[in-house]
Design a protein around this ligand. Structure first.
Ligand SMILES: Nc1ncnc2c1ncn2[C@@H]1O[C@H](COP(=O)(O)OP(=O)(O)O)[C@@H](O)[C@H]1O
Ligand SMILES: [Mg+2]
Length: 236
């Protein structure tokens, strides 16, 4: 692993282009992105549906690769990334909240949240403590034995949030994490995220168009048609 990054910079994106093949042609989802993120940011990528937010998060989360250009995430560049190093990066350092939750339907809420800790080979008593703490963050301690098909959309979203944060990763990538949450739950979860951000310097990058999230952000990057159209820091 290289480390060419500036002190405190955990992500750099240079001349990033992402094209998807569609019916014999190509669609350009990201069109020349240059950005960097510092450790401890609480940032949001904001833009209309189809502007490229999910594609950006997927590439930053090593779930997808650039067509052109290069990214460096927590010391690993896209050009030197292998499936193995990408899996290691995600397992150890990144928590991903998927827009579509991606919960495992046959497992309980407890087991879904426990899963990332099993990958890290954490001992069982420590695991239990961490899972219960994460479920408390999202207000779901009464649902630990439920399975995803028995949950509402909002509850599923909260399980996905607990699963992404349970290992206290360096970086949380959150794709529209409040899309199905009411104001009270959104507020509670954002306060928990803010606390992790302050206490542990966890970096959060959201994809969102939700005003409830936007008012918590300290940086807003606006995306339109795969391009950054503004990048604004907010003083608090
Ligand atoms: N795998 C794919 N194949 C083809 N087109 C895609 C694929 N993924 C995304 N796109 C297209 O890229 C654009 C950006 O998508 P996305 O990143 O999901 O936007 P957002 O999250 O901002 O709604 C959309 O027009 C979408 O249809
Ligand atoms: Mg999206």
């Amino acid at each position: 692993m290289h480390n060419k990054m500036k002190n405190g910079t955990i992500i750099t994106i240079q001349n990033l282009i992402k094209r998807f093949p569609i019916g014999g042609g190509e669609f350009t989802a990201l069109n020349g992105i240059n950005l960097s993120f510092e450790k401890g940011e609480f940032s949001g990528i904001v833009g209309p549906s189809g502007s490229g937010k999910t594609t950006m998060l997927n590439i930053m989360g090593s779930l997808d690769t650039p067509t052109e250009g290069e990214t460096e995430v927590l010391g690993t560049t896209s050009s030197e990334m292998t499936p193995r190093s990408a899996a290691f990066l995600r397992k150890k350092h990144i928590g991903f909240i998927f827009q579509t939750y991606n919960l495992m339907p046959v497992y309980t809420v407890f087991e879904n949240v426990e899963f990332p800790l099993l990958l890290l080979k954490m001992p069982s008593s420590e695991r239990r403590k961490a899972v219960l703490e994460a479920l408390e963050w999202v207000g779901l301690t009464d649902k630990i034995k439920s399975r995803p098909p028995q949950l509402s959309g909002g509850e599923s979203q909260r399980v996905a949030i607990a699963r992404a944060m349970v290992k206290k990763p360096d970086l949380v990538l959150a794709d529209e994490p409040t899309a199905n949450l009411d104001a009270k739950n959104s507020h509670h979860i954002l306060q928990t995220m803010e606390k992790l951000n302050k206490d542990l310097k966890t970096t959060f990058i959201f994809a969102t168009h939700d005003d409830k999230v936007i008012k918590y952000l300290n940086r807003i990057i606006s995306l339109e048609d795969g391009k950054v159209v503004s990048d604004e820091s907010i003083k608090k």
